[in-house]
Unconditional design. Sequence first.
Length: 115
Amino acid sequence: QVQLVESGGGLVQAGGSLRLSCAASGRTSSAYVMGWFRQAPGKERAFVARIVLNSGNTHYADSVKGRFTVSRDDAKNTVYLQMNSLKPEDTAVYYCAAGPTYNYWGQGTQVTVSN
C-alpha cells in the first residue's frame, strides 16, 4: 500500500504561482510513477503531469506545458507540482496518484485562481 497526502493548494490571482506537494508513505518502492490530475466542477478528472520515479522522465498535458513543472525529492518521498502563470481555468481539485496504473490516490487539494 502507498499513502499519499497532498498539500499546498489555495487561492491565488491569475498570473500567480503555487507549489503543490504530494508526500508518499508506505511501500513507496512500488510507486514507479507519480502523476498529478485535476477535476474542475462539472468536469471529469483530467491528467496534468507525471514523473517516472527511477528515470525522472516527465510528461505534461498540453494545457499546462511550459507553465507547470513536476519534480521529486527522493529523500523526502515527495513529488511537487510547481504551477506558474496560473489561469482561472486551472481552478480545480488537484490529486496526486501513484503506481503503474495509478492504483493509489490522495485526497486532493483545492486550487482556486481568481481573475
